[in-house]
Design a protein around this ligand. Sequence first.
Ligand SMILES: [Zn+2]
Ligand SMILES: [Zn+2]
Ligand SMILES: [Zn+2]
Ligand SMILES: [Zn+2]
Length: 342
Amino acid sequence: MAESHVDLGFIEKTEPSKLTCQQFPSKVGGKPAWLSLSPLPSPNQLQCSKCSAECIFLLQVYAPVEEDENAFHRTVFVFLCKNPDCHQPNSQDPFVVVRSQLPRDNDFYSSEPPTPMTPAPTKGDKLCVVCGISGPKCCAKCHSRSYCSKEHQTIDWKTGHKKNCSESCEDMTTDSSQILFPEYELQIEEEELEKEEEKSEAEKKDELRSFLDSDKANSLLPDCSPGDLEKMSNQSTDKVFLKFRKRLEHAPDQVLRYERGGNPLLVSGENKPDDIPKCTCGAERQYEFQVMPQLLSHLGVDRMEASIDWGTLCVYTCSKNCYHGNQYQQEFLWRQDYSNQV
Ligand SMILES: [Zn+2]
Ligand SMILES: [Zn+2]
Ligand SMILES: [Zn+2]
Ligand SMILES: [Zn+2]
């Protein structure tokens, strides 16, 4: 991905075979398609810092950095806690981000580009059969199924393993649909903007007025009356919000914006990201991508977890792209919600 422009991510239903680790996918939901296959982040590293539950895989972005031979392959993974109580406005507590990088010659994959026939790598840590993160625990009776946690072992036991334990059950799949998010490919395309001429203030005002009168304003912000919008447009905070909405009009289905080293498109002028912690290597972190609120409608959370919600999730990664061999490096997610006035 080039760095001078924004790339957008769109959701696409696709064959599960295109989303395996050896295809180096960008994807949403299902189980993570790990890049380095050992050592994986421990279940502890992927715990919610609020309630200590195992976080669930949300998405991953495959984003190699051309000029860095240790980032020939590079993927950033985002996990979140599904406990609605952990999701407070502007709080990053229920999110975990990790980054993995590999050189072209590495312990897991061929140095040649993958084909649809590329076989799955044979090396790697055991995975939790329920959620797909590292599974250091196993069923004490049959020793053939691995789990990240007691909770997920219990789920597997109740949803079928109780019946099948002691039979040969390595290949049995668990019904993880209650746990995992629906799985999609994340297709990355360049953002295209029509060239906007400099507009006069009067033209801008007219435009805003007709936008506010249109159905579009309603569909972009259904729980907001046109009066609210009018009020908003007079406040500086909400100019940021209107800019956000305006930019999205070019491609309303985008679920991700990618611009490593660029700037996120904020949803509000309040609570700006000015306190991003440095990487453990000592380097500053820089903005890499943001997850848009449009993704929520594809996750089935409206139905299940009423309060999982966000304005935008901005992921910041090490500007030096520090390399730790096959180890995963923790990165930082900063969450911004719509301002209270909305
Ligand atoms: Zn939690
Ligand atoms: Zn698990
Ligand atoms: Zn068993
Ligand atoms: Zn670093």
